[in-house]
Ligand binder design. Structure first.
Ligand SMILES: *[C@@H]1O[C@H](CO)[C@@H](O)[C@H](O)[C@H]1NC(C)=O
Ligand SMILES: *[C@@H]1O[C@H](CO)[C@@H](O)[C@H](O)[C@H]1NC(C)=O
Ligand SMILES: *[C@@H]1O[C@H](CO)[C@@H](O)[C@H](O)[C@H]1NC(C)=O
Length: 268
């Protein structure tokens, strides 16, 4: 899967580099350009779970890892976040997703979040019935869909459980995509895959953000509960088992303690 992602990324980079003006589908299909794989692309090593960048910064039921994702239309968006702590070890007890509500308050001004939407919550567990492997169960994963939004509009929002003290996030913002039409495009789309939680992930994300994309397409592979530290070993173990485990990967993303900006997929 990572190979496919990389190839797509290279194709995109090549298409951009080849033409002075970015190619537009308004001019008909363009000829794809392929460049050779860079030999010096390096060896990305997983961050250990002691690294400050992957420490949990939230306390209590405060939302963390808040993300905004494009839904089916420019008038709709998903807000997702995590509450509670994941557990890893022998005896793990899954959290009850009903413990914390999934609420987003939003509006056109930071001091006027007049709309409210509610959603669902779930946890997922990766249990190994094998001697010597540690089990994993996630924090509570919340998803709320906002609908009836105006296209190309900046929205302010906060998420969490308004019924629990300290369980609402700060106010963040995102901009919806432009209305669908023959001459209506996001200005810039960044495509990225296989980010992982490595020593190189932050610089990759920073580089992407510095180019101010209107939309980021994350084609998959962030990190998973089925390989990382399953028996108390880290990156080396992951590398050793990558080939063997590739076909067994769950499609669910690991709810790790990845640092997030609290801002969404879109440009502010
Ligand atoms: C992990 O969970 C599985 C399934 O419940 C269980 O069989 C296994 O013993 C657990 N592992 C540990 C180390 O407790
Ligand atoms: C990846 O991170 C390591 C450790 O910080 C660094 O030495 C290396 O140059 C980075 N690789 C790339 C391609 O930036
Ligand atoms: C973890 O599992 C790998 C692969 O099965 C094994 O090579 C390694 O020795 C194990 N490490 C520990 C600390 O048990």
């Amino acid at each position: 899967m990572w190979w496919g992602s990389l190839r797509l990324l290279l194709l995109l980079a090549a298409a951009v580099a080849a033409a002075a003006e970015p190619a537009s589908t308004l001019n008909g299909p363009s000829r794809p350009v392929t460049v050779a794989l860079r030999k010096d692309r390096g060896h990305a090593v997983d961050l250990p779970d002691t690294d400050p960048r992957v420490q949990r910064r939230a306390t209590g039921w405060a939302p963390e890892q808040i993300t905004v994702a494009l839904s089916a239309a420019p008038t709709s968006a998903w807000v997702s976040w995590i509450t509670g702590e994941f557990q890893m070890g022998g005896t793990v007890k899954p959290l009850n997703p009903g413990t914390v509500a999934s609420v987003v308050r939003y509006g056109l001004a930071a001091d006027s979040l007049v709309h409210e939407a509610t959603g669902d919550a779930l946890v997922y567990s990766q249990l190994y019935p094998f001697e010597g492997l540690q089990n994993y169960t996630s924090g509570i994963i919340h998803h709320v869909r906002l609908q009836g939004l105006e296209p190309a509009t900046k929205y302010y929002y906060q998420c969490g459980d308004p019924g629990i003290p300290g369980a609402m996030s700060a106010v963040h913002a995102f901009r919806t995509m432009p209305a669908v039409g023959p001459r209506s495009y996001p200005g810039r789309i960044a495509v990225v895959g296989d980010l992982g939680l490595t020593y190189n992930t932050t610089s990759t994300v920073d580089h992407m953000v510095s180019n101010r994309p209107d939309l980021v397409l994350l084609v998959g592979d962030v990190c998973y509960a089925n390989m990382y530290l399953t028996n108390g070993t880290g990156a080396a173990e992951r590398t050793a088992t990558r080939a063997r485990s590739a076909s067994r990967r769950p499609s669910t993303r690991r709810t790790s303690r990845a640092g997030t900006t609290g801002e969404g997929t879109w440009r502010r």
